[in-house]
Design a protein around this ligand. Structure first.
Ligand code: KG4
Ligand code: ZN
Length: 346
């Protein structure tokens, strides 16, 4: 079974082909990603109109290249999966219309995949992980703690009430005059910084629900930055280190709460899983690995290339759905918003 996956929800154009591999894992036959970061950098964030145009320009060639890398033709595919949302609607439409056209021409089933679900299932692509597991999904637009019980069965244990973690990293980077996207820049600066120089808050610490709040931390950092301006490189490094340390403390505390609540909704987890762009962060990965170890759980985080947005995760989620007969037709809508996890039953 070979599934093509198309991703155009944000600022990466991606196409990949995945087949079932050994031990329940997936086999990535091709994984092409073209990042638009350079086109958005001057604006300090993703510009939806520029993103949509850039997707149109490269997507067909990228799909052709994925087929070529895999040594396949359209007829060798068993399904066409596409991220139908959530995301920037212009980009989502381009991916979806392309996927529908291919589905029609090649007479292969279309699978409209939720981009967040694809991040959530990546640990099965890479590690063949069994359900259920506790997922920290942290990207530029989303921060959720989710009990992943099965394909299409996701219970939300916590979420952010303001900024997503990646968004907070991006905003802090912007505030400190670092580049976009901010996460990797803040992490790089933090390496040389003193995390204890500034007393930054740990919002939500000790709360009984596994929710996040990050805007207060960002504001506290801004106030410190303004107080000591102009900032020397040392100051920026210390602010980044302080911010990252605060985020790590908050994540660990929120996960502790989610782990406590997991049993009631899904039984015993097989692992703690990190997904989404933020899971590329080394400090967060190390803290999660240590925490999983203490809880006697395996820790699974995708390799860096599969942390951010990519086509392989879309192809894999499509493959998982296709195996269960969960296919879509040509009326599948593009969705700017598309929650994937349900609140727990009261
Ligand atoms: O999943 P993703 O590639 O795209 C979205 O769906 O949002 O996540 C991108 C986000 C950005 O906010 C970026 O700053 C953040 O992930 N990110 C990081 C790191 N690498 C990427 N945040 C913290 N540390 C990193 N090393
Ligand atoms: Zn993403």
């Amino acid at each position: 079974m070979n599934v093509l996956g198309i991703e155009t929800t944000c600022d990466e154009t991606a196409a990949a082909i995945v087949s079932p591999g050994e031990d329940g894992r997936g086999l990535i036959r091709a994984n092409e990603v073209l990042s638009q970061i350079a086109e958005h950098a001057a604006y300090g964030g993703v510009v939806p109109e520029i993103a949509a145009r850039a997707h149109v320009e490269v997507l067909d060639r990228l799909i052709a290249r994925a087929l070529e890398t895999a040594g396949m033709r359209l007829a060798d595919l068993d399904g066409i999966a596409v991220a139908a949302g959530p995301g920037l609607i212009g980009g989502v439409l381009i991916g979806l219309v392309t996927a529908k056209t291919l589905s029609l021409v090649a007479r292969r089933p279309l699978v409209a995949v939720n981009h967040l679900e694809a991040h959530a299932l990546t640990a099965r692509l890479t590690d063949g992980l069994a359900f259920p597991y506790l997922l920290l999904l942290a990207s530029g637009g989303h921060t959720q703690l989710v009990a992943v019980k099965g394909v299409g069965e996701y219970v939300r244990l916590g979420t952010t009430i303001d900024d997503a973690i990646g968004e907070a990293f991006d905003k802090v980077a912007k505030l400190l005059g670092l580049g976009y996207p901010g996460g990797p820049e803040v992490e790089r600066m933090a390496e040389a910084g003193d995390p204890e120089r500034f007393a930054l808050p740990r919002p939500m610490l000790g709360r009984r629900e596994a929710n996040f709040s990050l805007s207060g931390l960002k504001t506290a950092l801004r106030i410190e930055a303004e107080r000591i301006a102009p900032l020397a490189e040392r100051d920026v490094a210390d602010l980044c280190a302080g911010f990252q340390a605060a985020v790590v403390d908050v994540v660990v505390d929120r996960l502790r709460v989610a782990l406590r609540g997991f049993g009631a909704v899904a039984g015993h987890p097989t692992a703690l899983v990190a997904a989404g762009g933020v899971s590329a962060n080394g400090a967060i990965r190390r803290a999660l690995a240590a925490q999983a170890g203490q809880a006697g759980l395996a820790f699974v985080a995708p390799p860096l290339a599969l942390c951010g947005d990519n086509g392989a995760m879309i192809a894999w989620a499509g493959l998982e759905r296709l195996r269960l007969g969960l296919v879509d037709d040509l009326t599948a809508p593009a969705r700017a918003r598309w929650p994937f996890a349900e609140a727990p039953a009261a």
